[in-house]
Design a protein around this ligand. Structure first.
Ligand SMILES: Cc1cc2nc3c(=O)[nH]c(=O)nc-3n(C[C@H](O)[C@H](O)[C@H](O)COP(=O)(O)OP(=O)(O)OC[C@H]3O[C@@H](n4cnc5c(N)ncnc54)[C@H](O)[C@@H]3O)c2cc1C
Length: 259
């Protein structure tokens, strides 16, 4: 009997594949090709292609750019370059020492096998509203560095996330580095999800006296710890109603500030 068609049959639409060896080459490609996407860990982009939710004409695979694989101390915080895997950040002694909030947030992102490929910068560029790392960057007041053939610019976290899966990056820009300030105590991340590794129904990040929320708005948002749900209009889905998400935010924020 023929096998029923299922997710294993899904294949991406056709695209041209480019493998730059330097940041300069990658930026030239992004500046000259029409409708190109950067491929980093592929943990979000490849499913989107396979489900035909994205159909870029070109993929610019940055995995061969050795110069983008560093975690280092910078300006009292920690810089994470574009090819650094989430698992490397999880294991990093530098990150644990300077920004333990980032170390603990990473463990909530998916599962270790996904973190072995997925990158921190890819997660920021993907800008899923329920993602942990964009909220961490926002709570800490971090920034990213974007490079293109036109030059380099720095974008503050509160200017970077502009909508659902949408950032301030222009189509020809490569996110080369994210900078996370040192996390001072008390700092913590709390979330509620159906199972460990699932995207959160709602979550909060406390960085000292700042509070950022995720999963309850089109982007991560800063909130008043005394009234965290004020002004929010979260969407509802099969997993949680808007009211349940608002309830979660209040409970998690209370816990974070009682801790
Ligand atoms: C089963 C499963 C569970 C998951 N659970 C979670 C979760 O709980 N929390 C969470 O946050 N994430 C989760 N993810 C997503 C995962 O963290 C991805 O690794 C991450 O979102 C994207 O990183 P990537 O390196 O794989 O990027 P890719 O998939 O390669 O790219 C994602 C997007 O970002 C763009 N991009 C990537 N890097 C750059 C760059 N340097 N410059 C410009 N654009 C760039 C790409 O063009 C693409 O549009 C999950 C994924 C899976 C498959």
């Amino acid at each position: 009997m023929p096998r029923r068609r299922d997710a294993r049959d899904l294949k991406p639409p056709p695209f041209q594949y480019h493998t730059p060896a330097t940041v300069h080459e990658a930026c030239s490609l992004l500046g000259s090709l029409e409708d190109a996407k950067v491929l980093a860990g592929g943990q979000s982009l490849i499913p989107l292609l396979n489900f035909r939710l994205a159909r870029p004409k070109h993929l610019v695979d940055i995995n061969g750019i050795a110069a983008l694989d560093r975690i280092y101390e910078r300006d009292g915080g920690v810089a994470v370059q574009a090819l650094v895997r989430q698992a490397a950040v999880e294991d990093s002694e530098v990150v644990a020492r300077i920004c333990p909030l980032l170390s603990s947030a990473i463990t909530l992102v998916a599962h270790r096998v996904i973190r072995n490929r997925g990158t921190v910068c890819g997660s920021l560029a993907h800008a899923d509203p329920a993602s942990e790392l964009p909220a961490v960057l926002l709570a800490l007041g971090g920034r990213v560095v974007a490079r293109s053939a036109r030059g380099e610019r720095t974008i503050a976290a509160d200017q970077f996330f502009v909508g659902v899966f949408e950032t301030a990056l222009a189509p020809d820009e490569l996110l080369v580095e994210a900078w996370f300030p040192a996390s001072r105590q008390p700092s913590l991340i709390l979330e509620e999800s159906r199972r460990h590794g699932d995207f959160a129904l709602a979550g909060v990040v406390r960085a000292d006296d700042r509070l950022a929320l995720f999963g309850v708005a089109p982007t991560p948002v800063l909130a008043d710890p005394r009234d965290p749900a004020r002004g929010l209009e979260p969407s509802g889905d099969l997993e949680a109603t808007p009211d349940f998400r608002l309830h979660l935010v209040r409970v998690l924020a209370d816990k974070a500030f009682a801790a």
